[in-house]
Design a protein. Structure first.
Length: 235
């Protein structure tokens, strides 16, 4: 199997696992750069995230032109193209419609580290892009990239989030931790005032959590979960 074919399979696998994790519904996407090119792989607009295959995965360039594939590119592609242009360190980007992150944004509740999953993103609240409109233009994509700044996640108010990382496995794990962080924060808030982590606590927890072995462990766990759910056949 060629390197491109292996990457296509990873994108399709990640897509199905994001569905298993409840982080995408009928929409949402994940992309990964093709190393040493200005192109990236991404799942297509019309195909269910629960059944996408390697053969469905598309290749886009950084202007948003379809370079290979038989389907329409996702309508919110500018989130990927405009972020890749300004963040050379990011190799993979996901756009989620993640429920608990959206719920907190609806109440203007800052997503701050208050549990170990929240520590993944470092000290401080996750930045919020305030316009709930879908990201269809380069100007909107630039604005989302500016909100992301030098971080690995940004919340799109009432809509979802964008997550970027150094590999597709890294981005997938960050997606899982972002949503779990929001869910834990919400549940704790029902009980009373939430005790946030100090910056020192965040940094010390992140040291353990942001290791490649942990990232791979999360990826492997979700592969197993998707297999159990019967969602890994025909990739
Ligand atoms: Zn969206």
């Amino acid at each position: 199997m060629s390197e491109i074919e292996k990457l296509k399979k990873k994108v399709a696998t990640a897509c199905r696992m994001l569905f298993v994790a409840g982080l995408v519904d009928y929409s949402g996407h994940i992309s990964v750069r093709i190393p040493e090119t200005d192109r990236f792989l991404i799942n297509p607009h019309p195909i269910s995230r629960a059944s996408v295959t390697s053969g469905d995965i598309l290749i886009s360039d950084l202007s948003g032109a379809l370079m290979e594939g038989k389907w329409k590119l996702p309508s919110e592609l500018p989130m990927h193209t405009r972020t890749y242009r300004v963040r050379q360190d990011i190799q993979s980007i996901a756009h989620l419609h993640n429920r608990m992150v959206v719920v907190l944004s609806m109440a203007d509740w800052p997503l701050v580290p208050a549990s170990n999953t929240g520590a993944f993103f470092g000290p401080g609240p996750i930045p919020v892009y305030q316009d709930p409109a879908l990201i269809h233009t380069d100007e909107q994509g630039d604005a989302v990239a500016r909100t992301l700044g030098s971080g690995e996640a940004a919340i799109l108010r009432g809509h979802g989030s964008i997550v970027g990382g150094r590999s597709i496995e890294w981005t997938f794990t960050a997606c899982v931790d972002l949503e779990e962080s929001a869910a834990r924060l919400y549940y704790a808030s029902v009980l009373g005032p939430v005790r946030h982590y100090t910056d020192d606590e965040v940094i010390r927890v992140a040291e353990g959590r942001r290791q490649m072995a942990v990232v791979q462990k999360v990826w492997d766990h979700y592969v197993a979960r998707a297999e159990l759910a019967g969602l890994m056949e025909g990739l």
